[in-house]
Write a protein that binds this ligand. Sequence first.
Ligand code: GSH
Length: 248
Amino acid sequence: MAGDNYGVTLYTYHGCPYAHRVHIALAELGVKYEEVIIDLDKPREQWYLQQVNPRGLVPALKISSSALGGEHVLIESEIIVQFLADVVPGVLAPASNTPQGAIARARINYFIDTWNTKVGSFMFNLFRVQTDVEREACSKEWIAAIKKEIEPLLSDAKPFFGGSPSLTLAEVNVAPFVLRIYALAGADVLPKSLTDGLDGLPNFTKWAQSVQQVPSALNIWDAPKVVERTKERLERMKHAKQPQAAKA
Ligand SMILES: N[C@@H](CCC(=O)N[C@@H](CS)C(=O)NCC(=O)O)C(=O)O
């Protein structure tokens, strides 16, 4: 891709974990791009909804080149990073047009699917709990889910997924959430019991430590800001709930 004449624009917001995935992939692939920051505190402007993403979300990636037959806008972070891994095969994942490449891609996709469907939603559940008892119960359930679903998939991580010495598509998708788990638990926004419990999972802990040190994952990462924004969001959620409780 570097040698071809590509124009790449990323529509992003630095606090968004989904946009973070795309920043990581572009950095790992050494792709130069223009960045357009979308202010999520304001309603999306018409040009964004009409020309970029009718869903109004970030991230979105505009890419143009004669090799692609012109200009394309891609939306949905998983699809964008998958596209980037495909267009520069062999860096984040092998090309899938050999049996070995296809099986490696299937394993990576299974890991991503497992995170998304079995583990990822606990963070949002924890944001919604009302009492300390519920908070601790949810934290325990999350640790148990990571132990059952993720720990075995990382048995050959070295230090990255599937024995890879460099970041893979698996980490591109999950690193933004790993960084948030440790930063938010460190600031007591998520329960400390969560990271204490995760410390008892050797594969996950070793892998998560490596993930948190990768320069491409740290480029736009601003832990204090994410902590502050999350606290503000939780406050807003708390206040939004109160009138409903009073009505009931
Ligand atoms: N499934 C989407 C999720 C993207 C998403 O939820 N982005 C949030 C920011 S993290 C957003 O744009 N929200 C719009 C808003 O807050 O108005 C993806 O993976 O790209």
